[in-house]
Design a binder for this molecule. Structure first.
Ligand SMILES: [Zn+2]
Length: 202
C-alpha cells in the first residue's frame, strides 16, 4: 500500500492500527491526540489535545535534534546583532550545513513591527527579534511558522536582561518547549519567556 503524506495511528494494547505518514502522523493514544514528525534534522511528538481514551497506550512529548543541541553562542551572536538595531524586528536562521550548525542572515525587509525574510534551507531554528517589545509569538508568527522547525523569539532588547522564548512548530501546530532542550551552554542572563497557560496561542 502506498504511504500517504499524512498518517493516522491508534495506539491499542494489541499493537498499532493504521499507517504512518511520510510527512507526519496523527496518533490517538490513551492520553489524547498527538502529532509525530521526523526529517533528517528533527524528530518530534507534540500533544494536540488532552483526553483520556480508555484502553489505549499513553504517550509523552518528544524532541530530538538529530545533530545534537545547538551551541548557545549562536543565539548570543544573533542577539548581539538584533540589539544593535533594537528599533527594528529582524530574522536569522540556525541551519545545518552538513557538518555543523551555522547562523545565517537571509535577505530581509525590516520594520519596527514586521520582518519579511527569505527561507533558509535546512533551518533547524528560526530566530526573530521583536526589538524592544516582549518575547511572544504573535498571530503573524503563527502564519509564518508553517514548517517543521523550532522557532525562537527574542525581545526586551533594550533591557539589562533580554527575553527569549522557543516553540516547536510542526506544519501549523505549535507546542512550547524550553530553551535548554534546544541550546547547549545557555547563558544565565537570558530571561526565558514562558507560554501563558502552557500554550503560546493567546
Ligand atoms: Zn513575532
Amino acid at each position: 500500500m502506498a504511504t500517504g503524506l499524512v498518517g493516522y495511528i491508534v495506539l491499542t494494547r494489541g499493537g498499532d492500527i493504521g499507517t504512518r505518514g511520510s510527512v507526519y502522523t496523527y496518533i490517538m493514544a490513551g492520553n489524547g491526540l498527538w502529532l509525530e514528525a521526523e526529517n533528517p534534522l528533527l524528530e518530534a511528538r507534540i500533544q494536540l489535545s488532552s483526553l483520556m481514551v480508555r484502553g489505549l497506550h499513553p504517550l509523552l512529548p518528544r524532541l530530538e535534534l538529530r545533530h545534537g543541541r545547538i551551541p548557545a553562542h549562536l543565539l548570543s551572536l544573533a542577539m548581539d546583532a538584533f540589539s544593535a538595531r533594537s528599533e527594528l524586528e529582524g530574522y536569522a536562521a540556525i541551519a545545518w550545513d552538513g557538518e555543523k550548525y551555522e547562523l545565517v542572515w537571509p535577505a530581509q525587509e525590516r520594520t519596527a513591527t514586521s520582518v519579511v525574510y527569505d527561507k533558509v534551507p535546512n533551518t533547524v531554528v528560526g530566530l526573530h527579534s521583536h526589538g524592544r517589545m516582549g518575547a511572544f509569538f504573535s498571530a503573524t508568527d503563527d502564519g509564518d511558522d508553517l514548517g517543521f522547525l523550532l522557532e525562537v523569539v527574542v525581545g526586551k532588547l533594550d533591557r539589562l536582561v533580554p527575553a527569549a522564548g522557543v516553540r516547536l512548530c510542526i506544519y501549523g501546530y505549535h507546542a512550547p518547549v524550553e530553551l535548554r532542550e534546544v541550546l547547549a551552554g545557555l547563558a544565565p542572563w537570558i530571561e526565558e519567556a514562558k507560554a501563558p497557560g502552557g500554550d503560546w496561542r493567546f
